[in-house]
Design a protein around this ligand. Sequence first.
Ligand SMILES: [Zn+2]
Length: 319
Amino acid sequence: MVIDCHVHLCPPGSDPDEYFWATAKFAATSTSTETAPARNNREKIQEMHDAIISLMSDANGKKLLRAMRQASIERSILLPLDIWPMVPGSEARPGALGIKEKNLLYHELAKEHPDTISMMVGIDPRRDGALDFFNHVMGMDPSPVGLKLHPAAAGFYPDEPACYPFYKACMDWGVPVLFHAGGDPAPFKAKYAHPLYIDTVAADFPDLDVVIAHCGGNLWRDAIEVAAFKPNVYVDFSNWQMAFKANQDYFWEPLRRAIDAIGPWRVMFGTDSPFSSAIIPTNAWIEQIRQRRSPRGFSFNDREIEIFLGEAAKHLFQL
Ligand SMILES: [Zn+2]
């Protein structure tokens, strides 16, 4: 069984174009072998931007459902990103899919495909009426399976007082909160996405299930340190395709370390598609994980891989 616990959908106008430009610049520069600063290579960045837009654009989830079928993924959990606050005024532009519409569109898809698609609610907690909106969507059928927060996009710390009523609400609904964690291109600021601020939430709400997304990315040691001491903390290994492609053991080592530190049931598979499926298509990525060929000999037994690929998420999200 495979459950992808970290997926996004990018219908037209889903996010400010500045975000896609930032992603293009990051992608163009991080893969560059040129001696000149790749960040000034406008042509390459433009090419990357256009490729990202055409690859990600998925008006009604058709691409996602096709990729799920190809990879035999039983269920995907969709996470709406609220990155409008990153670019003030952008949500009012013509054609912009506002955060409420975006959540409702995700819900529509979950309702159309109740056997394969679930969603979380994603909203900046400091927006007017955000808590009421969260409770409203949570009360819809099918009920979302959690709250997704992206502190770096909007510029807030997970342990800010404005967020605490949401954690209480998550406990009342019996669902986890999932935080983006780790680096991001400018104008996002990674200080907001450091796992240590998530540790405060886990300490203040010991009965709330808390997921550190991406296992903190390159802050994975910090993420595992937090989870090791807080039994209510989980990690997902979404968006590790680029690291794997560069050096396979840069994925196998943190995965082994996470399972050793916190056991297999709090370590979950996710793709972060469509952002990462351009690097390794999802069916090939799952195949690589099943084959688990680590050059340096990090090894996993069948049971660990089964739990990682789906059972851990099934258990946490009560799917
Ligand atoms: Zn993501």
